[in-house]
Design a protein. Structure first.
Ligand code: WT7
Length: 644
């Protein structure tokens, strides 16, 4: 079993102050001064008192084809609308306006393959590529309002196809390249995609991930798919089905793939993408985001929190397949006119200093990553980063789960040379952009995402909706709408209402537990629903369980997350076998692989225990909290509803 994570009780009084020059030169204080305000606290209060003016200011820094008539329409709560009647396209702000300014010659994307290959794109080049791809999409029949599913490795074609879809008004549904065929098939079916974009394969630690093969299996279960566009990355032999599968490079050489393409004018509220995320049931939720509000929210947060400046070299080391990548690798850096770095492979390939070598070779100034990656690299020791000149760094960021103070201090000291503030950003697939986060002018407490972003109102509540006292555990909530908020769940608006808007009186229930300390700093504790964060990835216990029971040997299963030193949480599954099967290490291995095959390698349980019964309530609900307590040797708490 994995070692329990060392949990130092966070020290609520330890404060790290930003330097005067950081404060002085920050984008956020420049904005405060433009409002005649001299402190960040005063600015925050101003953004609450003048909420619509604040978001309108941010929106006015971008270009619109037609102005909005109303900033916020809350008449159909919780189906909020932002920038009502505004006409735009996120791609206009991400590419078009830069490609016709001096920025056309600025690097938009610097990509490094795991094998050391480099591909770079100026805004001009990116525009051409995206236009060509948009024309390819049109040529295979993609229209405004369609949902195109994208299943690609971490190569430039991934962001470029997202942009190409958005450009022509089609929504994209990106399925993370680490997911397996069942996960891909479910998402294809839910989105009713007619077009799937994949690659022959991807590289991870020099091994080929057989994406096309997985896509073939998924497509055999989803008859809606008529066309599959295939990007050549690995060059190994793959099956190409006549009449369905087309090589992208062949299409890109044809006259249909012209480098000119008009950007479609869309409504601010038109869908930009669907991104599936895990929740309480086995069926992932198709979170819907739109062009207008999302564009404004991600633009403002990156600008203010990561203090984006024209000469920055920004690297968000996540995968574009998750919300972090959608918002802060693909769209927001481009909207901000930034140069951003993207890396294909594993952080420790070929050696544990790969990331530090990237930072120094590309002179990265801002590095945004996750606690699990930091803990993973920390394990190899200080010698690896110390071989590289990391002095270009000026700001660091963390996302995905609470960062333990040990990892925070290592990141701050060893990587940031005690000079770079760490932006610990709390947000969700559903929120679209940062909600609780410092800006570079906020004194930091290691392990706390600090306070609400400008214009955002956060609280910690009891179940009856009253506020918790200082340091009391409660439900994390967002008390007013924000522009980048999800609009609904695809095909299931009722689930949107039930999941987020009924647990607390007319407020957004985030599904996290948290506490607020005496200084108003928020400390996120963890998920309250049946979601496990493994290496920052979000997995539903029900998804793991249904993968397990799809194996012929398994009668019933329960999955829980237990603390893990690097991953944050590791999955531990309890399995009741069917009568003719007997538990053995071999079967345990087989079940682990089975889950990996069904859902993807990240979902493989670390441990499987064969049991003869599971603790349940009288209504038959598995009490995972009891399993968790037992597995950790902790008191079981209130078990009055236990059936046994
Ligand atoms: C959940 C959302 C949004 C980016 C990636 C995760 C946890 C996220 C933090 C943080 C503590 C965090 C929460 C949240 N979480 N960031 N800085 N501190 N917890 O998106 O997969 O939708 O997961 O991640 O539990 O609810 P996601």
């Amino acid at each position: 079993m994995s070692e329990p994570q060392e949990m130092t009780t966070p020290d609520h009084s330890e404060l790290f102050h930003p330097s005067e020059s950081i404060v002085e030169n920050s984008n956020v204080m420049a904005y405060a001064r433009s409002k005649g305000l001299s402190s960040y606290e005063a600015l925050y209060q101003w953004t609450l008192d003048n909420n619509e003016e604040f978001w309108a200011d941010m929106a006015n820094e971008l270009e619109w084809y037609e102005p909005w008539t109303k900033v916020l329409d809350d008449s159909q709560k919780p189906f909020f609308k932002w920038f009502v009647d505004g006409k735009t396209n996120i791609v206009h702000n991400a590419i078009d306006r830069h490609a016709r300014s001096w920025r056309k010659n600025k690097l938009a994307l610097v990509w490094e393959g795991e094998d050391g290959t480099q591909r770079t794109f100026s805004y001009h080049a990116l525009n051409r590529e995206v236009n060509k791809m948009a024309n390819v999409l049109k040529s295979v029949g993609v229209k405004k309002g369609d949902i195109v599913t994208i299943y690609l490795p971490r190569i430039p074609e991934l962001p470029m196809f997202m942009l190409a879809c958005a450009k022509i008004g089609a929504a994209h549904s990106v399925v993370y390249g680490g997911f397996s065929e069942a996960a891909l098939a479910d998402r294809l079916a839910d989105a009713q995609s007619k077009v799937l974009i994949t690659a022959d394969g991807g590289f991870m630690r020099a091994k080929i991930i057989e994406l096309k093969k997985i896509a073939d299996e998924a497509m055999s279960r989803t008859p809606t798919v008529q066309t599959c566009l295939v990007v050549k990355r690995t060059g190994h032999d793959v099956n190409m089905e006549l009449g369905r599968d087309l090589w992208l490079h062949e299409l890109m050489g044809l006259p249909i793939a012209s480098a000119e393409c008009e950007t479609e004018v869309v409504d601010a509220e038109d869908p930009l993408f669907i991104l599936y995320t895990s929740g309480t049931t086995g069926k992932p939720k198709g979170v819907v985001h739109t062009h207008g509000g999302y564009m404004v929210g991600i633009y403002a947060t990156l600008k203010m929190v990561f203090d984006m400046k024209e000469d920055d070299r920004y690297w968000c080391a996540a995968d574009p397949g998750w919300i972090t990548g959608h918002s802060y690798i693909v769209y927001s850096p481009l909207i901000n006119g930034a140069t951003s770095i993207m890396y294909e492979g594993a952080p420790n390939y070929p050696f544990p200093d790969r990331w530090w070598s990237i930072v120094s070779r590309h002179s990265v100034t801002i590095l945004y990553t996750s606690p699990t990656a930091i803990r993973g690299l920390m394990r190899f020791g200080e010698a690896w980063p110390s071989r590289h000149d990391l002095s270009s760094l000026r700001l660091l960021g963390s996302v995905g789960e609470p960062i333990n103070p040990e990892a925070w201090k290592w990141f701050y000291g060893v990587i940031g040379g005690e000079r770079c503030p760490i932006m610990d950003t709390w947000w969700q697939t559903e929120t679209g952009h940062f909600m609780i986060t410092p800006t570079p002018v906020v004194p930091l407490k290691p392990g706390s995402a600090t306070k609400a972003f400008l214009g955002v109102e956060v609280d910690v509540l009891h179940e009856d909706g009253t506020s918790c006292g200082a340091n009391e555990d409660g439900l994390l909530t967002l008390k007013r709408p924000w522009p980048g908020m999800m609009r609904t769940i695809l095909n299931d608006p009722q689930r949107y209402v039930d999941t987020y808007w009924t647990k607390l009186p007319s407020m957004y229930a985030a599904g996290d537990s948290a506490r607020k300390d005496e200084d108003g700093y928020i400390w996120v504790i963890g998920r309250l629903d049946d979601v496990i964060k493994v290496s920052g990835y979000r997995l539903g216990t029900a998804e793991v369980e249904s993968a397990l029971v799809s194996h012929p040997a398994v009668a019933e299963a329960a999955a829980i997350g237990l603390p893990h030193e690097v991953k944050g949480n590791a999955i531990h599954a309890f399995v009741i076998l069917r009568a003719t099967f007997e538990g053995s290490p071999k079967l345990e291995d087989e079940l682990r692989s089975h889950v990996g095959h069904e859902l993807g390698p990240i979902a493989r349980p670390d441990q499987i225990t064969f049991v003869s019964s599971l603790p349940k309530t009288r209504s038959g609900k598995i009490m995972r909290r009891v399993l968790k307590a037992r597995a950790q040797g902790l008191p079981e708490g209130d078990v009055s509803t236990l059936e046994e």
